[in-house]
Every structure is written in structure tokens, then in C-alpha cells.
Design a binder for this molecule. Structure first.
Ligand SMILES: [Zn+2]
Length: 206
């Protein structure tokens, strides 16, 4: 079923940071931070903090979800990126008041229930039955996925979900918890949106 997530190649580099502060609510809800971990920036730039196993490991470590350098393999980073897309789909459904995609719901519930509560029973052809826990790294990653999925479920069902919104400053793709009327994830996005509006006014009044 789940394969071990060990070994890391040395040429992997950590994705560069966007320089943006966390979006409002992202420090409270790690699932929101996960949803925002691939950022579209002006000029067609795109930063994926989970783009490499080392980057994904660092991202988990910063949130207390994994020890430093657990030796993640690309498959584990892929699982994390996949959960991110499913959580983003659910956030989009909630923001737009649309039904959830069944695949997104299934993926989050799968992550929630995948963590075994006990070492599983195994059966060796020669030596017979024994119990064994999954590989430690797999265990860590599965636990992190379950924690993030649970946090997404908490966010979507809490009163805070009323304040969930998508940043209103294209091309930004981050989600945030709105405070008052502000619907930008950062000062930088707010400034860009205001500049774009001022420009549109100037060009239409000419
Ligand atoms: Zn933004």
C-alpha cells in the first residue's frame, strides 16, 4: 500500500521564498497555509514551496509536522501537493457556494483515515505472523497529511469559514480569512489592486 518515503538526492534545491507574509488566517490554519504554498506572482512567476522533497520537508518542519531532514522522497512531496490541490478545490467550493467535488472530498477523508492506530498484522511465508509499523518516514508523512486534512475539515466547518475568501488581486491565487472589507492577502496585493483600478480609471476617462 504505502511505500517508504526515504532517500533524497543531493541536487534538490529549496524553492525560493515569495517574500510575501503569510495570508491572514494561514498561521492559525495550516491547511490554509498548505493551500497557499504554490503562489502565482505578477509577471507569470510561480513559486511552489513544495516543489522539491527538501522544500516539502522544510515546509512541514516549519509547522511542527515533521523533524528536520527526514529524507523525504519525491512521492511524499507529490502526496502533499496532491492534498493541496484537493483542499484548494474544497476552499473554492466553499467560497463560491458550490457543491464539493467528490474526488476532493474523498481525498481529504482518505488522508484523515489513513493513519493506522496500531501496528498492522503482517504474515511472513516462512516465519508466520508478526506486527509491524510502517516505515518511519511514511508514518511521519501520513500523520502530517492526516493533520492537514483534519485542519481543513475544521476550517471548513468552523464559523471562520464565513470569512474565507480568495485574494481579489490578480494573478494572486492565495486564500485568506477576511477582516472587515479587506479581501487581499497582503499589502502588496492591495497596492497592486488599487494601482490597477487607478490605471483603469485613467485610461477610461481619456
Ligand atoms: Zn494576494
Amino acid at each position: 500500500m504505502s511505500r517508504p518515503c526515504t532517500m533524497m538526492t543531493m541536487e534538490e534545491i529549496v524553492a525560493p521564498e515569495s517574500g510575501l507574509p503569510p495570508a491572514p488566517g494561514a498561521e492559525q490554519y495550516p491547511a490554509l497555509a498548505l493551500a497557499n504554498s504554490a503562489i502565482a506572482l505578477p509577471g507569470g512567476h510561480y513559486i511552489d514551496q513544495l516543489g522539491t522533497p527538501a522544500g516539502a520537508n522544510e515546509w512541514l518542519t516549519e509547522r511542527g509536522l515533521a523533524p528536520v531532514e527526514i529524507g523525504m522522497r519525491d512521492m511524499c512531496a507529490t502526496q502533499l501537493r496532491s492534498l493541496r490541490e484537493q483542499i484548494r478545490a474544497l476552499l473554492a467550493s466553499r467560497v463560491d457556494g458550490l457543491p464539493a467535488l467528490p474526488t476532493a472530498l474523498g481525498a481529504v477523508n482518505d488522508a484523515l483515515t489513513r493513519v493506522p492506530t496500531a501496528p498492522l498484522l503482517q504474515w511472513d511465508d516462512k516465519t508466520g505472523p508478526y506486527r509491524a509499523a510502517p516505515h518511519p518516514t511514511t508514518q511521519i508523512v501520513d500523520h502530517a497529511l492526516a493533520t492537514l486534512a483534519s485542519d481543513a475539515a475544521d476550517l471548513l466547518t468552523s464559523p471562520d469559514a464565513e470569512r474565507l475568501t480568495a485574494c481579489g488581486s490578480p494573478p494572486c491565487n492565495r486564500y485568506l480569512l477576511r477582516h472587515g472589507r479587506r479581501h487581499w492577502c497582503s499589502t502588496r496585493c492591495g497596492d497592486r489592486a488599487r494601482a490597477a483600478r487607478a490605471y483603469a480609471r485613467r485610461t477610461t476617462s481619456q
